[in-house]
Design a protein around this ligand. Structure first.
Ligand code: C2O
Ligand code: CU
Length: 573
């Protein structure tokens, strides 16, 4: 009799122990200007006794945090050691379309991709993740993603916590579904396990001072309504692509897939306290993935949604254990941060209207797929051709029963209107993702600057990854200005001369034919100044080393017996 009771007691103790909390993993950092990243099939123990297959980048799950300085020129080599073709996109970063890593820039198995570019972004947290068409959700869910922290001289002058892993912590927030064998699966509404930085049920010792948390919602679909136990107030200091003008005091922060936010929380005097970072999803309005009802209107739901314990519930994300102060603590919240200058709406010279709608109207509308302007993504269709330096207002109208987080590559934008009203202060900064609630309209303004390239495309899409994979995406090119340098007898580009690659980074090759050889080549900058020339030749091929030229536009003229070809050339980063 006594033995039986003892046995029951010990089982209770063991099971309690196995649900104990885990020290939060903090991704390793890499700094400098040359990075080597290996994407590989690997595995990780999320649950004792189970080995979960993952995609890791230099790690078992997620990749290292790249610490970059604005103005540095960096070179990154991604080695794809997977059995799958993938791509890696620099989410939020302003890079040329060739370096952007969208679905066209594929990295086949056992090969490498080497983007090289100058860091032009404001100090903030960005991320890199796969963007293979129809495979993004699978590849990202398996763990092939990492963070980028950009520092700049403006941010450096502010009295902010910036000691990574000491008073400045990255938090990659994800919900995930594991099957009975603890393998990661993607599917309908079954993401009931929360993790931060790949740690399930995490705790983090933090010092009793002002602490900076850099939040990324890297979930496939789930929206969080973040806040602290006891409704502690905190300050949002940054949005996706930079610091806000001033800290914004909040008790709740809604974070949609793809979005980042930097917050400060003042833990001074709280030594010894344990405080949960939570999602108060019970407070989310309906028609958002994560709320009690995911859809707007009777019956608009997703199979399995109501059975998922996270939906419409308040749940823990991370336990903060407040410890003693560090040396040189930050103990106050700055009153101002940076000066974001927004283009005046009156200066806009381009306007786009994008309407989101379900493929199937009616009771199953919420299950997707979804369309943008009644079309599904087509790799071979360029949806917009935007002239370089256009300032544009985009109007996003959601005519579907669920909120969609809209993301656009290349640029950061400023939200100008949410249903006709000015955005709240924490949404008024630099953004590359904005949640567009069901049946609402949001406008933003942006400028398509620095990079033009008529061959390589940038994407815009819903950052709910199943929606993206199912075609809720479009693409645009930023076209280069036409330049007149007064050359006569210009042949069009259908002539037999081929010039490649364009953009070029190292060597530019010009090929004609033996029957119509190259007689002269002139490379000019946009002011018409000659940078390189070779005349009175008679060759079928020429090579120009363009490495020493800066990344911008040039005009190349190639003279053959049949005429002169004028070509816009781009020296890539
Ligand atoms: Cu984070 Cu086009 O993606
Ligand atoms: Cu969507």
């Amino acid at each position: 009799m006594h033995k039986k009771i003892l046995l029951i007691v010990s089982i209770l103790v063991i099971s309690r122990f196995s649900y104990s909390q885990n020290l939060l993993a903090i991704p390793d950092t890499l700094s400098g200007t040359v990075f080597n990243l290996n994407i590989r099939d690997t595995n990780k123990v999320f649950y004792p006794g189970f080995t979960t297959n993952t995609f890791g980048i230099n790690a078992a799950y997620l990749g290292p945090t790249l610490m970059l300085n604005k103005g540095d020129s960096i070179s990154v080599t991604f080695y794809n050691q997977l059995m799958d073709t993938t791509t890696i996109h620099w989410h939020g970063m302003h890079v040329s379309a060739m370096n952007d890593g969208g679905p066209h820039i594929t990295i086949p198995p056992i090969s490498a991709w080497n983007p090289t570019f100058k860091v032009r972004d404001h100090a903030a947290m960005y991320w890199y993740h796969p963007h293979m068409h129809m495979m993004t959700n699978l590849h990202a869910s398996l763990g092939a993603a990492g963070l980028v922290i950009v520092r700049d001289s403006t941010e450096a002058t502010l009295n902010l916590p910036r000691r990574y892993g000491i008073d400045d912590f990255p938090l990659v927030i994800q919900s995930k579904c594991f099957d009975a064998n603890k393998q990661i699966v993607i599917g309908n509404a079954s993401d009931s396990v929360m993790m931060v930085n790949g740690t399930i049920n995490p705790y983090l010792p933090v010092p009793a001072q002002v602490v900076r948390l850099r939040l990324l919602n890297a979930s496939s679909e789930r929206v969080y309504n973040l806040g602290f136990q006891g409704n502690l107030s905190f300050f949002q200091i940054g949005s996706d692509g930079g610091l806000l003008n001033a800290p914004v005091s909040l008790t709740r922060l809604r974070l949609a897939p793809g979005e980042r936010a930097e917050i400060l929380i003042d833990l001074s005097g709280k030594n010894g306290q344990n405080i949960y970072l939570k999602s108060f999803a019970s407070e989310l309005p309906n028609a958002i993935y994560g709320a009690t009802q995911p859809g707007m209107g009777a019956g608009q739901t997703i199979p399995g949604y109501t059975a998922n314990v996270l939906n419409g519930a308040d749940f823990n994300i991370l336990l903060l254990n407040v410890m003693s102060q560090t040396a040189l603590p930050v103990t106050s919240i700055p009153s101002t941060l940076v000066n974001n200058t927004i283009w005046p709406v009156a200066s806009a010279n381009g306007f786009k209207t994008l309407t989101f709608s379900p493929v199937n109207p009616g009771p199953t509308a919420i299950q997707g797929p979804f369309l943008i302007n009644n079309t599904s993504f087509d790799m071979n269709v360029v949806n917009y051709n935007i002239p370089l330096d256009n300032i544009e207002v985009w109007t996003l109208t959601n005519q579907s029963p669920i909120a969609h987080p809209f993301h656009i590559h290349d640029i950061q934008f400023y939200v100008t209107e949410i249903n006709g009203a000015a955005p709240p202060a924490n949404l008024a900064g630099r953004k590359d993702v904005i949640l567009v609630p069901a049946m609402q309209t949001i406008k933003f303004i942006t400028k398509f600057e620095t990079f033009c390239d008529t061959m390589n495309m940038y994407m815009y899409h819903c950052h709910m990854l199943p929606h993206e994979d199912e075609g809720m995406m479009g693409q645009f090119v930023v076209s280069c200005p036409k330049v007149d340098v007064g050359v006569e007898n210009i042949l069009d580009e259908t002539n037999a001369v081929t010039i490649y690659p364009n953009p070029a980074q190292h060597e530019l090759h010009i090929k004609s034919s033996a029957s119509d050889p190259i007689q002269g080549v002139v490379l000019r900058d946009l002011s018409g100044k000659i940078l390189w020339s070779k005349q009175k030749i008679c060759e079928a091929e020429q090579t120009i080393n363009v490495e020493s030229y800066s990344a911008t536009l040039y005009i190349l003229e190639v003279k053959t017996r049949s005429g002169i070809i004028q070509h816009q050339l781009i020296r890539s980063e």
